[in-house]
Design a protein around this ligand. Structure first.
Ligand code: PLP
Length: 377
């Protein structure tokens, strides 16, 4: 038996997503920019997908642009907000995804913008007071970039509270919503947000396709120059099957959001209670109560076996990770755990859930953990 608890890294494709993609690959092969019938069919499918995505997040059709994924969207927003909108200062946090942090590092070097980091507490929660202080501290054109849910520890920000603060001080607001799109309702017609992004493979869609929402009042110019695809916003022949698959996956995610949420939250709680009742010295990293129901980051006590725990879980049939997917293979440490000053001798493992997980999966994991970490007598 193999059990997959690494759904924050990526999720398995939904069979009905595979079905619409297969149909698209078979019948929508035309170049969406061609004006003949084959091209028009592909174009129509892409526009239908855009309409679905826009409706699901409360955006206008002209505010949704398909990209190669979350990383491209983060790069596009941050780099082009500096280039096109006159942003001279970006406020972010030390636990953002590398797609944000490395982009900021480059922007600082190449565009000489100021980057300020908002303070976080030991659970990874941002300090709204500190954010307000920083916002108040300067009049230069500012963009705030804060992820909705952290991919390693699940800690979330209050999108409405942050967006209101940004609005009060005239700052643009970008949220990397890659971990929450399809799992939490997000409505850009209610929340004052200028940019957000999604990645299909995080919600049972295909890899290599995502989208960016750009508020019509904060339009940037293309990130990738080329043809006039994506309403002149992104050159390159569209990934028709991927885009169709993304829209189907997002539609399914929001259609079933409540039942999926209930099931994943139940499994997460079940894992928490078994860990606390059966094992010695278990701790949790992040905001166990208020954080995302997708992620549980468990800190195990140091033992001679704990260093090899991820490897041993894998051998036992369980996929989990040590942090973000980028570091899980290499076990190269985690900037998120470092920022939280987690005791480096403890072993932190991220278990992340999907609606495809079962109680049996959790019990299987608990059983396997018994030979890897000390049990309570
Ligand atoms: N942002 C967050 C919070 C993520 O978890 C990820 C995926 O690991 C990304 C961005 C990057 O998305 P993609 O894999 O589509 O480039």
């Amino acid at each position: 038996m193999r059990v997959y608890f690494d759904n924050a890294a990526t999720t398995p494709l939904d069979p009905s997503v595979i079905a619409v993609m297969t149909e698209a690959m078979n019948h929508l092969f035309g170049n969406p920019s061609s004006i003949h019938a084959d091209g028009r069919m592909a174009r129509a499918a892409i526009e239908e997908a855009r309409k679905k995505v826009a409706k699901l997040i409360g955006a206008s059709i002209g505010e949704v642009f398909f990209t190669s994924g979350g990383t491209e969207a983060n790069n596009m927003v941050l780099k082009n907000a500096v280039r096109d909108l006159g942003v001279r200062r970006i406020i972010s946090s030390p636990i953002e995804h590398h797609a944000v942090l490395h982009t900021l590092h480059n922007l600082k070097k190449t565009s000489h913008i100021d980057v300020d980091m908002v303070a976080i507490n030991e659970k990874g929660q941002i300090s709204l007071d500190h954010l307000e202080d920083i916002l108040r501290g300067s009049n230069v054109k500012t963009l705030v970039s804060l992820m909705h849910a952290n991919n390693e520890i699940g800690t979330m920000i209050d999108l409405d509270a942050v967006s209101e603060l940004c609005a009060r001080y005239g700052a643009l607001f970008h949220s990397d919503t890659v971990q929450t799109l399809g799992f939490y309702p997000i409505n850009v017609s209610k929340t004052k947000i200028h940019f957000l992004n999604g990645s299909a493979h995080k919600f049972h869609g295909p890899k290599g396709v995502g989208f960016v929402y750009i508020n019509a009042d904060s339009m940037i110019k293309p990130f990738i120059d080329g043809g006039s695809q994506e309403r002149n916003m992104r050159g390159g022949t569209e990934n028709t099957a991927g885009i169709v698959g993304l829209a189907k996956a997002l539609e399914l995610a929001y259609t079933h959001v409540e039942e999926r949420r209930a099931q994943m939250a139940h499994l997460r709680n079940l894992l928490i209670s078994h860990l606390l009742e059966e094992f010695e010295d278990i701790q949790f990293v992040g905001d166990t109560e208020g954080g995302s129901y997708k992620v549980l980051n468990v800190s195990f006590p140091p033992t001679p076996k704990s260093e090899l725990m991820l490897f041993n879980l894998d051998i036992a049939g369980i996929s989990a990770s040590g942090g973000s997917a980028c570091s899980s293979g290499a076990e190269g440490g985690s900037h998120v755990l470092d920022a939280l000053a987690i005791d480096p001798t403890r072993k932190c493992i991220r278990f992340s859930f999907s609606h495809l997980n079962t109680e049996e999966n959790v019990l299987f994991l608990i059983d396997k953990l018994k030979s890897m970490t000390p049990v309570l007598k």
